[in-house]
Design a protein around this ligand. Sequence first.
Ligand code: UDP
Length: 331
Amino acid sequence: MSKNILVTGGAGYIGSHACKALAKGGFTPIAYDSLVYGHREAVRWGPLVEADLADRARLADTLRKYEIAAVMHFAAFAYVGESMTRPELYFNNNVVNTVGLLDAMLAAKVRHIVFSSTCATYGTPDSVPITEDTPQRPVNPYGETKLMIERALYWYGQAHGISYAALRYFNAAGADPDSEIGEEHDPETHLIPLILDAAQGKRAEIGIFGTDYPTPDGSAIRDYIHVQDLAEAHVAAISHLASGGASLALNLGTGVGHSVREVIDAAERITGRHIPRRETDRRPGDPAALVADASRARQAIGWTAKVSDLDSIIGTAWRWHQRAKTGQAEA
Ligand code: UDP
């Protein structure tokens, strides 16, 4: 079997880390990215096909030309707030274009896909930790589009024998320990890069969105998972599917939650900088706590998080952040 893996969104944050992990695992990643949000310099471990997911002819051509064995599908819009005001962007880009990708796979007889899903498909759970059997009730169009794709995968699997792994990430964070790649969103909305901007004085302060949650310190709790651990889970999932394993849906998290205040405190300790903070109202739609039960991933594909302690996450992110901000990242 060919070792070529199509990685849609391969120039993005999680996609580029997956490309690095694929190369390390003996695969060749073919990054397929429009570069609307992705970064050309993040494509280092295989060719880049610069094209839009909506371009079905180019997709079909790429699957054939590179004799693709399996697909990792990261390309998507992922701003929850924007999805609330412009849902059409999300239903078109995330849902319609993924159906196009599945059709192209059928035509080219590509049978395996690892899909970038999210804990946002669970919405506001009644309790934590969240297992894969927790009801999926998204509370925003972003989560809704990811759930719709999970359902499409199920029915394409039933009808056409496509096997899939839907990987439901909790809070992706951290950067490549070699600082070759890292997180670089524009606009940035995620907690850890914003905290590091504040540590560098690029932002005046970090807002703590809500201090009246029913949590020990009143701030919201999330399960932060290192992007390198995520990347390795994708390689394990591809290997599982390629060797005939059954389709599955898996949570990717650590099982341990950290509050916003804990993350800021850890960042102050690791950076050695004072990080000004301001307590503000809750951000609409944010649940109090999202923590994974990640035991199924261990049983099904032998994966557990290895470098997702807060110190490793913030330490690698801080190293990358300092390089990226001084323009050395592209050297
Ligand atoms: N958060 C915060 N201040 C910020 C950005 C985020 O307090 O400037 C909180 C947010 O309310 C959530 C957690 O940090 O509880 C993680 O938010 P992020 O946007 O990184 O990820 P999400 O959990 O929304 O996917």
